[in-house]
Design a protein around this ligand. Structure first.
Ligand SMILES: [Zn+2]
Length: 181
């Protein structure tokens, strides 16, 4: 039958998976998904050679397929303050109802997230990607004052520039005068 939790290697989540059957059997799938296969995550990264690891525990709850998703990843993203790469540890735990259609999703209690699994099937990598996107900050930054190249000092330098402008303006004023002479 299904060998997901007896395999020695974690699943990469990339194949279509019968979550309906796994839920009926209350299976837990251990995952290790290469981040470069998660397109919407990968486009935000400065390095794409890492893995997202975790597990998806499937069960039936009140007639619904429910997945408890636990994920851990360390992603290299661009700091939105200094634009240098930074390591961002991400941990996510969530409970998601896997529904067959958008109409079914509307009937799910609001405390549960939903994901589509038409005919009880989905790629667990898609679920991982969705949960990771929710866990990622919109504008990741190094902790305050810890950007590696002291962006603060650079800003001070750039403020010095306007004081040099009077000389530039003076030069511009002198030129027409000179050409007249
Ligand atoms: Zn920074």
């Amino acid at each position: 039958m299904h060998t997901y939790d007896t395999r020695p290697m974690p699943d990469d989540g990339l194949k279509l998976c019968n979550v309906a059957v796994l839920a009926e059997e209350a299976r837990t799938v251990t995952l290790a998904v290469p981040v470069n296969r998660l397109e919407r995550i990968a486009e935000q990264l400065t390095r794409r050679d890492g893995m997202v690891t975790g597990s998806v525990a499937l069960a039936m709850d009140q007639g619904r397929i429910v997945a408890d998703v636990e994920l851990v990843a360390t992603l290299e993203v661009r700091c939105q303050r200094c634009l240098e790469p930074m390591l961002l540890p991400v941990e996510s735990q969530s409970r998601v109802a896997l529904v067959g259609s958008d109409a079914d999703a509307a009937a799910v209690p609001p405390e549960l997230e939903t994901a589509l699994a038409p005919e009880g099937r989905m790629r667990l990598a898609d679920l991982v990607e969705e949960e990771l996107l929710l866990a990622l900050p919109a504008a990741p930054r190094h902790p305050e004052g810890q950007c590696p190249n002291e962006q603060g000092e650079r800003k001070t330098e750039s403020f010095v520039e306007p004081t040099q402008r009077p000389f530039a303006a003076l030069g511009a004023l002198l030129k027409p005068g000179r050409s007249k002479q």
